[in-house]
Design a protein around this ligand. Structure first.
Ligand code: NAG
Ligand code: NAG
Ligand code: NAG
Length: 504
């Protein structure tokens, strides 16, 4: 279970009571007792201070960033900074950044060529040189925002993009497993060479970059073209020849399952704190739950997220519930409730929401705001946040979406929820905390474990409100006169004990 704030406060209260008894019996340090009881039981209100608030920044086809393939390095950087500043304004806390849309890289890689979508030159580094992923991580972290690197495992190329593939591109390295299918070149998930390569690419990023998470979207086997089966007959036959007995659909699902399972352990073996999440298509199979009608990813993409949740092969699942609340055949709440029921190991569920429908289909902004509320209403069942597809409406404030979110569901900051199965070690509390003239200052973190600083303001006696989540290297903040509580927060979101300071 993630520990919702309330539970955490309760357990602290019991801890504080325990200390009172022990210390009173031994007759020691009365001042300490008072401090512990005073600071040990803050009640945090009012809105959820723990909620994953993500946004997808899609790079494929220049959907969100960079906005075109003809921008200079400086323009690319400026656009990313604008996105991150908008995220801060909206109290968003997680950027899901597409770094490998098609066997290519938005970072310095020895394994794959630079992406065409970066500067229109597939295989060429940005000039003047910079590393977009490293830049995005640094700029996210200094704003207290998590960065999840988003990978597409099997897509090799969209045929509409007119560039020729570099010699080190996976389609050229494994031509026997590269198929022309519909609008794409697609790698064969049943080929061990392809699986090994994808695995190596992802682990390489986890090892070399300070990412907070790794994410897959809904693309596993390609969306089917009617009347044409995915052309993996040779690979399947080789599997049968070597003694394999699974049916073709089961074998295909097994190919994907094995990659997911292997990545879950491989990522955590490399860095225990890096979260692995998948954002699958929103319907598992048509008819689940009863009344739902739609595309079946289990039968057509050979993706089985229900199994991944059951097995704990993901830290979070973000089903793309890209439909409206009301229509019963793809009802947002009905689907969400179903996914929440498939979660015996109590992983986190963050709903994926189709924000861009406000300009592609004229959805009212209120539809999206209400969807966030529906997800939030189910926090006790581990519905702990949302991820919006995609950044563009927020970036461009389409239909006034920024103000609608800011004045309603995202008026207060929030931190991503804690994944207790990954780590529950609390960081050391802040040191050198001082009240200044309408300002609080503290020492720079020396431990290297601080990811953010959480500042709470005392509204009434024991009612504290989270007012700021600040980047790791922040050492001061401007505030109004009030009493505040500052905590160090580590990269798993675990908070230190409290330091209270009054600004007059
Ligand atoms: C967003 O758009 C709305 C309505 O068009 C406008 O009132 C508001 O000032 C804009 N907000 C920002 C942050 O640009
Ligand atoms: C925090 O780090 C960023 C780069 O990561 C740097 O640009 C910024 O100046 C730093 N801020 C402080 C207060 O050190
Ligand atoms: C929310 C959470 O995970 N809190 C944990 C932080 O670390 C302390 C000390 O290890 C744990 O007791 C808490 O459960």
């Amino acid at each position: 279970m993630p520990v919702p704030k309330f539970t955490k406060c309760m357990s602290r209260r019991y801890l504080a009571l325990g200390i009172i008894v022990a210390l009173t019996v031994s007759g020691a340090i009365v001042m300490t007792i008072i401090l512990v009881t005073e600071t040990g039981t803050p009640t945090i209100t009012p809105s959820p201070s723990r909620e994953f608030r993500g946004v997808w920044v899609a790079t494929v086809s220049n959907i969100d960033w960079p906005s075109s393939r003809h921008l200079s390095t400086e323009q690319q950087k400026a656009e990313l900074v604008t996105i991150l500043d908008r995220m801060v304004e909206l109290n968003l806390n997680a950027l899901v950044f597409q770094v490998r849309p098609a066997g290519d890289a938005f970072y310095d890689s020895q394994l794959e060529p630079w992406s065409y979508y970066l500067s229109g030159r597939h295989g060429s580094a940005p000039s003047p040189y910079y590393d977009p992923l490293a830049f995005a991580i640094e700029e996210s972290h200094r704003r207290g925002i998590e960065l999840h690197a988003w990978f597409n495992p099997y897509r090799a190329k969209s045929k509409s993009a007119s560039y020729s593939l570099a010699s080190n591109h996976m389609a050229n390295r494994f031509p026997q497993y590269t198929y022309d299918y519909g609008n794409y070149l697609w790698m064969d998930p049943g080929a061990e060479d392809v699986a090994d390569h994808t695995y190596d690419v992802i682990i390489d990023v986890v090892r070399r970059y300070d990412v907070d998470g790794v994410q897959f979207d809904d693309y596993f086997y390609p969306y089917p073209i009617s009347g044409t089966d995915f052309p993996d007959t040779a690979t399947y036959r080789a599997y049968q020849t070597s003694g394999g007995t699974m049916s073709k659909p089961d074998w295909r699902r097994d190919n994907v399952n094995r990659l997911v399972r292997r990545l879950y352990s491989g990522i955590h073996a490399e860095k225990a704190h890096v979260k692995f999440g998948i954002s699958p298509f929103g319907i598992w199979r048509s008819g689940y739950p009863a009344g739902i009608v739609g595309f079946s990813q289990y039968d057509s993409l050979y993706a089985d997220p229900k199994l991944w949740l059951e097995q704990g092969w993901v830290d979070y699942l973000a089903p793309q519930l890209y439909w409206m609340i009301d229509p019963p055949q793809q009802s947002y709440p009905a689907l969400l409730d179903w996914w929440l029921d498939q979660n015996p190991l109590q992983r986190h569920i963050y709903t994926g929401n189709y924000l861009s429908r406000i300009f592609t289909d004229g959805w009212p902004v209120s539809e999206l705001v209400n969807q966030v509320k529906i997800s939030r209403d189910r926090a006790d069942r581990l519905s702990l946040g949302n991820i919006m597809f995609s950044m563009k409406p927020f970036r461009d404030n389409i239909s006034g979406v920024v103000d609608s979110f800011k004045s309603d569901v995202y008026s207060q900051p929030a931190m991503p929820p804690v994944m207790t199965w990954l780590d529950t070690q609390a960081p050391d509390p802040p040191t050198g905390v001082k009240a200044g003239e309408r300002e609080i200052t503290w020492n720079m973190d020396q431990t290297g474990v601080v990811q953010t600083w959480a500042l709470y303001r005392q509204n009434q006696d024991n009612i504290w409100e989270l007012v700021h989540v600040l980047g790791y290297n922040t050492t001061s903040v401007k505030v109004d006169a009030a009493t505040y509580l500052l905590r160090a927060v580590d990269r798993m979101g675990n908070e230190s004990s409290d330091v209270i300071v009054t600004v007059s």
